[in-house]
Design a protein around this ligand. Structure first.
Ligand SMILES: NC(=O)c1ccc[n+]([C@@H]2O[C@H](COP(=O)([O-])OP(=O)(O)OC[C@H]3O[C@@H](n4cnc5c(N)ncnc54)[C@H](O)[C@@H]3O)[C@@H](O)[C@H]2O)c1
Length: 271
């Protein structure tokens, strides 16, 4: 777009007539991102490897808007992601925004003996990289391939504050994969700008999700996370929606290559 968009801001933030695909959409941040996009008019494809949760979440989102589609797929298998994203784009007659969001905790933190470098397990480390790094790059590639013929789109990667600085609450697999994603965002932004595809990252601080497991939460662990945040609490998943919508929408037409914290001030480091 070389001339200013004449539409008022609320219209540039709307997603009517747009199709967005979200990976890791059956739970947590992905589910909230999907909900926010639906509420703002988008058709949304939810992609996740957990078929049961995927259908449960799609049903729960029915009131938020629509249409909603689901694709069951493991993002660490690039060929499967490629096929799922291409099929979703075909089903909805295009693909305007993709959230490469699926991710796993990937093993114990360096605060536990098994997470420290002395005893860290290579299989666990590889597992984190397979989902968080390879899975994200596979999603970015599939998204770019689907978007290029239409002249552009928006790709948003869920990074983490743990990818922008050291974090004693996570392990090596998570830290290394998320650190790599911060630079992958910049690399892909440079690569894809000529094709009209914007690439940005969101760096969430600690949010209440199922990343640590679906069981009851340990209040001591939640408190330890809250203690890392300037606003002295964990985030609620709906608090990711504003940044997600902005980056997907035409209101962010001059934004690419950035990684934006949504972290309650955790990156200020003063608490
Ligand atoms: N929760 C936090 O505090 C936090 C902070 C920073 C970044 N993040 C990032 O946010 C993203 C979402 O995590 P969340 O906290 O919502 O966790 P979550 O566990 O609640 O949701 C993650 C979803 O991703 C799916 N998933 C996992 N591996 C997959 C794979 N290989 N293929 C397809 N789907 C897969 C899971 O089935 C699940 O539905 C992750 O990338 C995570 O690293 C989370």
């Amino acid at each position: 777009m070389t001339t200013p968009d004449p539409r008022p801001l609320p219209d540039r933030l709307r997603m009517d007539g747009r199709h967005a695909l979200v990976t890791g959409a059956a739970s947590g941040l992905g589910l909230a991102i999907a909900e926010g996009l639906l509420q703002c008019g988008a058709a949304v494809t939810l992609l996740d490897r957990d078929a049961e949760e995927l259908e449960r979440s799609a049903a729960a989102l029915a009131a938020a808007g629509g249409p909603i589609s689901t694709r069951c797929c493991d993002v660490s298998e690039p060929a499967a992601v490629e096929a799922a994203v291409a099929a979703a784009a075909q089903e909805h007659g295009g693909l305007h925004a993709v959230f490469a969001n699926a991710g796993i905790a990937g093993g114990p933190s360096i605060r536990s003996e098994e997470g420290r470098v002395y005893d860290m397990d290579w299989k666990t480390f590889d597992g984190a990289l397979a989902v968080n790094l390879i899975g994200t790059l596979a999603t970015v590639r599939a998204a770019a391939r689907a978007m290029r013929p239409a002249g552009g789109g928006s790709i948003v990667v869920t990074v983490s504050t743990a990818g922008l600085r050291a974090d004693a609450m996570v392990g090596y697999g998570y830290s290394a994969s998320k650190g790599a994603l911060a630079n992958l965002v910049r690399q892909a932004a440079v690569d894809l700008a000529p094709d009209g595809i914007r690439v940005n990252g969101i760096a969430p601080g600690p949010f209440h999700t199922n990343i640590g497991g679906r069981g009851p939460k340990d209040p001591a662990v939640d408190q330890a996370w809250a203690d890392t945040v300037l606003l002295a609490r964990m985030g609620h998943t709906q608090e990711i929606q504003g940044m997600a919508l902005l980056l997907a929408s035409d209101a962010a037409s001059f934004m690419t290559g950035g990684v934006y914290p949504v972290d309650g001030g955790a990156l200020t480091g003063v608490f």
